[in-house]
Ligand binder design. Structure first.
Ligand code: PLP
Length: 377
């Protein structure tokens, strides 16, 4: 049996009619830049997240860069970022001229270790960037408390967490749940095609409740433009294409159902793998409604297991094989091996198993059988 890591082709069949209608709508109007579908999508995504504003941009990376700039982050500032994440979380900080200061991860959830944040705060610290890794929110209640105490901005990297919830006080009732991205000063999402909500190309969005940040985001994404040829700051061209927004509008109504399917698959994986001592399955924290962008397990003999799974036709990936403090691109920050033991351990042991909303029970059974055999070898 072949079990692909992802299967966008099958998933997209569900929205084929709406996606074609979206294309026809935009094609018919030929309003490709900041057209009606772009504006509607911003309204719909803000409503989905429970925020006042949303500004569409052309990638998750840009959402982070513009979110940071709009929050006043720049040269001379420090931003606390987890060492174990995709590089864009940190490189976005660097692109503003600020310095990422890495923090280790929590051993169970792999999101940033909140206990290690305060010792990193100094006069230059201006913000914390919690990354809602793999579809699970960081411990936002505790992070917000630290931010308030030290007067820091919070830029949420929600690139992997569309629809994930954080439950205030770990009480899992609908009224207590807050959407990832809606809790800090600004929340940044990627619509890279493989994300839980993915475009048909690169796309992203930043959400906020802060009117000043919103105004700045609008300026930064559009050449600092106040009117057609009046520019009041130096910005970028990072507008979300109307066409991508139209496709995203076709997909957004399905997001919760797709996330529920991911949760169901994760539950099946957890049940089937729970008694295998060689495997650590992912943990859903009390405060979190995980949307399993990635379903990852830890195993000691990772590279052997990955090889074995691939040979059996199981599509697996490693998110991420090297923490950011050990990346060549960050050599200049002069971190060393051993600085972030949890990030380093996880990056050596982690494997992402196939995870997408149209994965079948038969496929999950096959993957778990292959995993069980591989870890015993
Ligand atoms: C945690 C995280 N942050 C930021 C990004 C950047 O998003 P994009 O690829 O849309 O620029 C990604 C994308 O994979 C991500 O996973």
């Amino acid at each position: 049996m072949n079990v692909p890591f992802l299967d966008l082709t099958t998933q997209h069949k569900e929205i084929s009619i709406d996606a074609h209608a979206a294309f026809e709508r935009v094609f018919g109007k030929s309003n490709f830049i900041l057209g009606e579908d772009e504006v509607r999508f911003e309204e719909e995504f803000a409503a989905y997240c429970g925020t006042k504003f949303a500004v569409g941009v052309n990638s998750g990376t840009d959402a982070l860069v513009l979110g940071l700039l709009s929050s006043g982050i720049g040269p001379g500032d420090e931003v606390i970022v987890p060492a174990f994440t995709f590089i864009a979380s940190a490189s976005a900080v660097s692109m503003t001229g600020a310095k990422p200061v890495f923090v280790d991860s929590d051993e169970k959830t792999f999101t940033l270790d909140v206990d290690k944040i305060e010792s990193l705060i100094n006069k230059k610290t201006k913000a914390i960037m919690p990354v809602h890794l793999f579809g699970q929110t960081a411990d936002m209640g505790r992070i917000m408390k630290i931010a308030r105490k030290h007067n820091l901005k919070i830029i949420e990297d929600a690139a992997q967490a569309h629809g994930a919830l954080y439950y205030q006080g770990a009480v899992k009732t609908a009224s207590q749940g807050k959407k990832a991205g809606s809790i800090g000063d600004v929340g940044c999402f990627s619509f890279y095609p493989t994300k839980n909500l993915g475009a048909f190309g690169d796309a992203g969005i930043a959400v906020t409740n802060d009117k000043n940040i919103y105004r700045k985001l609008l300026l930064y994404r559009d050449n600092g433009r106040k009117s057609k040829y009046e520019h009041i700051l130096l910005g970028y061209n990072s507008r979300l294409d109307t066409l991508q927004a139209a496709f995203l509008r076709a997909k957004l109504p399905h997001l919760d159902r797709w996330n529920d399917a991911r949760r169901k698959i994760a539950k099946t994986y957890n049940t089937l793998l729970k008694d295998i001592v060689e495997i650590m399955t992912p943990m859903e924290a009390d405060f979190s409604h995980h949307v399993y962008h990635v379903y990852s397990i830890l195993v000691k003999n990772r590279d052997k297991v990955v090889g074995c799974l691939k040979s059996k036709g199981v599509g697996v990936m490693v998110h991420y094989p090297l923490p950011l403090h050990l990346q060549k691109a960050y050599k200049f920050l002069k971190y060393s091996k051993g600085d972030f033991p949890v990030a380093e351990k996880v990056s050596k042991q982690i494997i992402s198993l196939p995870m997408h909303p149209v994965l079948t029970v038969e496929q999950v059974l096959y993957v778990t059988e292959c995993v069980k055999n591989a870890v015993k070898q």
